[in-house]
Write a protein that binds this ligand. Structure first.
Ligand SMILES: Cc1cc2nc3c(=O)[nH]c(=O)nc-3n(C[C@H](O)[C@H](O)[C@H](O)COP(=O)(O)O)c2cc1C
Length: 256
């Protein structure tokens, strides 16, 4: 898809033309073949791969790293179901978002990045609130579906089999099937280019009791969370450490 994003990033026809000039490409000065540079085209698919089969063969160790054109290759990232609407005459809707992240601890804040042409963008702009619902691996298909269909012409709650629950603070519905729901109020909107960044304060957090032990400690390892990397969904794997484990001395309490 020849989007403005592609053009800015050197994708599309212009990039192909420049990559084809293999003898003059600046990347070749570093010995990186132009064909590798143009083998991927970051676009609207949030990192999904369009790599030729032969190019996906693993390279043997000892070879120089390939230099690729700048792209959104931060991985893994969360993939979340953002529910919105329910007031200011806005319909309720769900959008799948991978460009999401925690941005502040106090006040607790997160951001989501949404293209202006998404149906949800207008809803969130009007209501200035949304809910980040964190899906489990069982919800991988529902998560993908909500990113494939638009609320303009589809009831994604019905399509994906997701049920609404009323929130505490915001009017946007929570998704009952997701074990964690973060109610958010937009504090700032930043136009970035292809996407607008909604920076929002987390005003209420809902945690499924099945994830709490007898002392009320959150046991997220039992949540079977989803992650997203380069266009593919993954189940979060086994725990390999905890915050501060690298410096913890035996017998001392765990750092929080
Ligand atoms: C895994 C995945 C991640 C996505 N991440 C984003 C994102 O971060 N921002 C965005 O604007 N669209 C993202 N999308 C695309 C939207 O979810 C998709 O265009 C959706 O149909 C928009 O729904 P709406 O028109 O009802 O708002 C993603 C889609 C998928 C499948």
């Amino acid at each position: 898809m020849a989007t403005g994003e592609n053009r800015r990033r050197g994708g599309g026809a212009a990039a192909k033309k420049s990559a084809a000039k293999s003898s003059t490409s600046p990347r070749q000065q570093y010995g990186r073949p132009a064909e590798v540079v143009r083998s991927r085209d970051d676009d609207d698919r949030h990192g999904s791969r369009r790599i030729r089969p032969e190019a996906s063969e693993p390279v043997s160790s000892g070879q120089a790293k390939r230099l690729w054109k700048p792209s959104t290759l931060l991985a893994p990232v969360p993939v979340v179901l953002v529910s919105c609407g329910g007031r200011a005459e806005q319909p309720e809707n769900i959008i799948t978002v991978a460009w999401a992240g925690t941005v502040c601890s106090d006040p607790p804040m997160l951001s989501i990045s949404i293209r202006p042409d998404r149906f949800s963008h207008a809803i969130i702009t009007a209501t200035r609130e949304f809910v980040v619902n964190i899906p489990t691996q069982d919800l991988a298909k529902a998560t993908d579906l909500c990113g494939m269909k638009s609320g303009r012409d589809t009831d994604k709650f019905a399509l994906a089999g997701l049920s609404r629950v009323a929130g505490e603070v915001v009017s946007a519905p929570l998704l009952a099937e997701c074990p964690l729901n973060l109610e958010c109020k937009v504090r700032k909107t930043v136009k970035l280019g292809s996407h607008d960044l909604f920076v929002a304060e987390i005003v209420a957090v809902h945690v499924s009791p099945e994830l709490l032990d007898r002392r009320g400690k959150l046991c997220l390892e039992q949540a079977r969370l989803l992650a997203y990397a380069h266009g593919e969904y993954y189940g979060l794997g086994k725990r390999v450490g905890f915050f501060g484990f690298s410096v913890k001395r035996p017998g001392t309490p765990r750092r929080r």
